[in-house]
Design a protein around this ligand. Structure first.
Ligand code: AHG
Ligand code: MN
Ligand code: MN
Length: 280
């Protein structure tokens, strides 16, 4: 049943990619997180809503771009949280972006432990899709017709970390996080591109740590638990790494409302544990 959802996501991906060139302008509206919406955000969101809500198993569709959950007429097995375009501000500068689809078996907002599958599409030089399901992370190439070919059937974080990427402005970091960052920058190579999916994929490929931490100006950071933190935490933990809000696995964070933000830290377990020690 989950496979039908994943097939539909892959099938939409080429249409999202094809629709990007003409949609690099900001709409008048803001999303529920108070951020400007690109025409591409709205376009991708409409495509995913239409194709995913049509599936029998899908009971509801929630999007980073919409205030509330959209209930399906029928179907109650899966409840989807979708970030239609992650890193959409990269569209104007033609840098990588992604789509995130979280498949929960409980109505939203739900704890990460209720994730049945988590997937992201990466619109890079190649369109790939990475899926955590049944204890394994699989990476596919998605072709122009939306068909997938497995390129890695057991994505696992390398033992030796190589890259790091930290969001937010340095003067806005909390002191304990800054001290941790100063250590990490002596050990690893900086890779930060402004789209979480692309930055996380560098960590999955090379090993390391990605964080969008709590900030003085934003104590819960920028990223959203239901749409970004939970699915990415699920994928990285399934790939043998760790995730944290600074104190606990992202999958253990109590959901209070659909668009709640959470500090996100993911990567090799040793690096995430060092971070939690630093923030204690
Ligand atoms: P989205 O485009 O879905 O709002 O996500 C953008 C997020 C995330 O992809 C990225 O890690 C972060 O915003 C980048 O934020 P900064 O521009 O503050 O670096
Ligand atoms: Mn996002
Ligand atoms: Mn988005």
């Amino acid at each position: 049943m989950v496979e039908r959802v994943l097939e539909a996501v892959a099938a939409v991906a080429p249409e999202v990619r094809a629709g990007l060139p003409g949609r690099r302008v900001y709409d008048a509206d803001e999303n529920p997180s108070g951020e400007k919406q690109l025409a591409a955000d709205v376009y991708a969101d409409q495509l995913f809503e239409e194709r995913l809500l049509a599936l029998n198993a899908v009971g509801s569709y929630a999007s980073e771009e919409r205030e509330s959950v959209i209930e399906a007429d029928e179907g109650d097995t899966y409840h989807l949280a979708v970030d239609p375009l992650d890193g959409s501000s990269n569209l104007k500068s033609n840098n990588a972006m992604g789509t995130i689809v979280a498949v929960y078996d409980e109505p939203l907002p739900a704890r990460g432990e209720h994730l049945v599958a988590s997937a992201f599409v990466l619109y890079g030089p190649i369109t790939t899709m990475t899926v955590a399901h049944d204890g394994t992370v699989t990476e596919y190439v998605v072709d122009e017709s939306g068909d997938r070919t497995v390129v890695d059937d057991d994505v696992t974080l390398p033992d030796d970390p190589v890259v790091y990427g930290f969001g937010g402005r340095v003067p806005d970091w909390l002191d304990d996080f800054e001290a941790y960052a100063r250590e990490i920058e002596q050990e690893l190579k900086l890779r930060y591109g402004g789209a979480m999916i692309a930055d996380v994929n560098q960590v999955l490929e090379y090993g390391g740590v990605f964080a969008y931490p709590a900030l003085d100006s934003a104590p819960n950071g920028k990223l959203r638990l239901q749409f970004e933190g939970n699915p990415i935490g699920h994928i990285v933990e399934t790939a043998g790494g760790a995730s944290s809000d600074g104190a606990r696995s992202l999958l253990d964070v109590e959901p209070t409302e659909l668009h709640q933000r959470v500090p996100v830290h993911i990567g090799n377990t040793s690096l995430v544990e060092r971070l939690e020690d630093a923030l204690e």
